[in-house]
Design a binder for this molecule. Structure first.
Ligand code: HEC
Length: 118
């Protein structure tokens, strides 16, 4: 059988991330956030739409004061934002059922982008 380095690398990556992620993220597969994706204007635009559909009602300027914290992406990693969006946390709802993996990934890319503001 031929050695498949890509498959081996993927398996190693999965094993490593399962060790270092909090329990809430372990059951949900974490998609990768490479630089090309984080800088992709089309993905950013899709994420902006997802944010406008729902997130801004709790996190936006127009949200009722005190409903949710102002988002501060300089303190976040993409993995953190994706995990909160997917699994929720205390007052933050889970959006696993409402948004596809691609949409949750896009809103993460938008929040981490220069164009993001609360
Ligand atoms: C119903 C109101 C509500 C909606 C809608 C909502 N959030 Fe939240 N979100 C919260 C609350 C409340 C927290 C704070 C949870 C805590 O830490 O106790 C939070 C926390 C977060 C955090 C972590 C912030 C931090 O600094 O710790 C992120 C990231 C986040 N939300 C992203 C999103 C995204 C993306 C969406 C849209 C898909 C969204 N939220 C929609 C209420 C909401």
């Amino acid at each position: 059988m031929r050695f498949k380095p890509l498959a081996a690398a993927c398996m190693l990556g999965t094993a490593l991330s399962a060790l270092s992620l909090p329990a809430s993220a372990q059951d949900a597969e974490m998609p990768p956030f490479p630089k090309e994706l984080l800088g992709d204007p089309a993905v950013e635009a899709e994420g902006r739409e997802v944010f406008a559909k729902i997130c801004k009602f709790c996190h936006g300027k127009s949200a009722y004061p005190g409903k949710a914290p102002k988002l501060n992406p300089s303190r976040y990693t993409p993995e953190f934002v994706y995990d909160r969006t997917t699994n929720g946390f205390r007052g933050m709802p889970s959006f696993k059922e409402q948004f596809s993996e691609k949409e949750r990934q896009a809103v993460t890319v938008f929040i981490m982008s220069k164009g993001f503001s609360n």
